[in-house]
Ligand binder design. Sequence first.
Ligand code: NAD
Length: 428
Amino acid sequence: MSNTSYNPYAIAQQQFDSVAAKIGLDSATCELLRQPMREYHFLIPVKMDDGSVKIFNGYRIQHNDARGPAKGGIRFHPQETIDTIRALSMWMTWKCSVVDIPLGGGKGGIICDPRNLSEREQEQLCRGYVRQMARNVGPVQDVPAPDVMTNAKHMLWMLDEYETIHGGKYPGFITGKPVGMGGSLGRTEATGFGVIYVLREALKKLGIALDKTTASFQGFGNVSQYAVRLYQQLGGNVLAISCYDAKDKKAYTFRKKDGFNLDALTRITDSYGTIDKDKAKELGCDILPGEEWIEQDVDILVPAALENQITAANVNNISKQVKVILEAANGPTTPDADKVIEERGIFLIPDFLANAGGVTCSYFEQVQCNQNYFWGKDEVLQKLDSKMTSAFNAVYELACNKSLRMRDAAYVIAINRVAQSVKGRGWV
Ligand code: NAD
């Protein structure tokens, strides 16, 4: 979205093709898995508060559902594109597969900027989206969730519209619902915490003490805020955080050499993850250009904003001190930058493994809804930790045994499982 010279779908296909060739996948399975099985594009008319009618473009893409119903978030973003959603739906298939949950991959989006829409307009947009999709999504077909600039409130509007259309209670239609309305405790934290569970495991393997490390984060939204929280709780020191300021139409990096007080920082951050510059200055932060998050002398870089952020243009600005890149966002690294990272020997934890905590907890939410019995937060987080840890260990072991990079090892595991399902079902 933000860097239009790279096409995320082409990148997702390139990553798939290279691993498919390595594992000798047959041509029919390749053709089936290198593109989405179903794509929906529709228009959503919304009556705006001023009486005018605005037409929004909505998408839902189901990449593959051989292992279970498609699963994936719905994004609101002004620069959303169909190819971004195609790529994200494909990465969802690999994500659910690598953590071995019985779900396929899907993704949705609406081209819009919710920062410029009233609550009522956002509600109408959510309901309009579901009216277009109600026959093609649902607990046994395709289960949406929150993503960039959508949250539990949007999910509940969507659920309400779905249940109104179908005349019943279908809590399994959507995940990321508010707690008390079919949501799971721990879902808000899940992606960010999951990112840090795999970092903790990686640092153990690399013989690095987490509580002696420093980090720089790109983005300060849902994923990043909880990742920072757990990383700090485990003793890590965050020296820089960047975010996008829609008013100025540019990003800023906030640096605090002695580390951030997270509670103070979240108090001056809006619901879209934008930190207030003036108040940050009062907290003693230096304010630098947006791209400088990547140039900091830290041990760990955590891209946690959007795709295509580490590119050929900035990869060489990464400090020599950096030992680990933890891909919390989806598709943050372009293939050309990925190559440089490999050559430099930086340990990279790939996106669809690192940020699988959100969908894993969504799966737990479905399980709890099905049994109509909800677990305590500690139980949810313990189960999440155990899933993420075993997925990381399986990928790490394969990477070591077969001399693969972590990204390729994760792909080998994920693609093999999906290929086995499509073959077992007799699709190819
Ligand atoms: P969010 O909307 O809550 O936050 C996004 C953050 O990124 C905001 O702080 C925003 O200011 C910042 N940002 C945007 N453009 C930027 C730029 N150019 N430079 C610096 N900062 C920028 O989104 P989120 O839910 O935290 O998702 C972040 C990433 O993680 C996305 O790639 C998303 O697909 C992925 N992801 C999210 C979840 C989830 O559960 N929320 C799960 C898996 C993956």
